[in-house]
Write a protein that binds this ligand. Structure first.
Ligand code: ATP
Ligand code: MG
Length: 249
């Protein structure tokens, strides 16, 4: 990996890009993942590469949902596995969530590589290899999930999900927490909690909120969930991207 000088003005962005490249070399990230990364970078640039206040609210609401859930699952694809493997394991630990590899471009080999990569980062159990259940309304390959994982979950965190699958999961009545830098993406639009932020910042910040909320009562957690307004959060993110301005600060 090329050394990136700490004082390079694009340091963080370049480090992130190299993690995706490395993910492709390891067989963790698909080549399409490179394109998704490029789209994400453009939105992130316009957001100022920071967690805007509405995204922080969404991350707190996501943490409350995960803590309230009977069976929370963190869905892992090739991009987030490359970007934040250890951070995903930590979020799963703090919230008691399962980790499940769930790929748009599924190959058994890549599922196994990602599961192995998460185990190298401290995960004990990684779901997604059984693929013995199907999400209704999707074609066979894209529908595969574990019966005791995403299929059974009441709350699912899906980073960078494809629009069709996000809709199909929502149609199953699941509470969907979506991390996506594009507020106009169908995935973000169908989410109960759209988190318009880079997964690199979003995942650790959800964990920080979960730690902070761990001692809260159910009523307090439910209040955090109630106060969050998905439509307002999407509008605030779109406003920031289009005009650079923010009403909320
Ligand atoms: P659409 O949702 O418009 O139908 P799509 O979801 O099929 O399109 P992709 O290019 O696969 O199209 O989408 C990838 C999405 O993931 C983009 O919206 C991009 O902004 C987002 N994204 C990429 N990298 C990150 C990241 N690190 N954190 C959060 N979101 C990201
Ligand atoms: Mg999308």
């Amino acid at each position: 990996m090329t050394e990136i000088p700490e004082d390079h003005p694009r340091h963080d962005s370049l480090v992130t890009r190299h993690r995706i490249e490395d993910g492709v070399d390891r067989g963790v990230t698909s080549r399409q993942g490179l394109i998704a990364q490029g789209r994400g970078e453009a939105y992130d640039y316009l957001l100022g590469e920071q967690t805007i206040p509405s995204a922080d609210d969404a991350e707190r609401a996501a943490a409350a949902h995960l803590l309230l859930a009977d069976h929370p699952v963190l869905s892992v694809n090739g991009n987030v596995a490359a970007l934040v493997p250890g951070e995903l394991v930590e979020l799963a630990e703090v919230t008691g969530a399962d980790l499940e590899v769930n790929l748009f471009n599924r190959t058994e080999q890549r599922v196994e590589r990602i599961a192995e990569y998460l185990r190298e980062h401290g995960a004990d159990e990684v779901k997604g290899t059984k693929a013995d259940a199907r999400i209704p309304g999707l074609d066979h390959e894209r529908a595969k999930v574990d019966s005791d994982g995403i299929f059974d979950a009441d709350v699912v965190l899906v980073p960078l999900e494809d629009g069709d699958r996000a809709e199909a999961l929502a149609d199953m009545g699941k509470t969907e927490l979506v991390v996506d830098l594009n507020p106009l993406s169908r995935s973000a639009q169908t989410a109960s909690v759209p988190i318009v932020d880079n997964a690199v910042r979003a995942i650790p910040n959800i964990t920080a909120h979960a730690r902070d909320l761990r001692g809260a009562s159910r009523a307090e957690l439910e209040a955090v969930v109630e106060e969050f307004d998905a439509g307002a959060a999407l509008a605030a993110a779109e406003e920031r991207i289009r005009t650079g301005a923010s009403e909320e600060e």
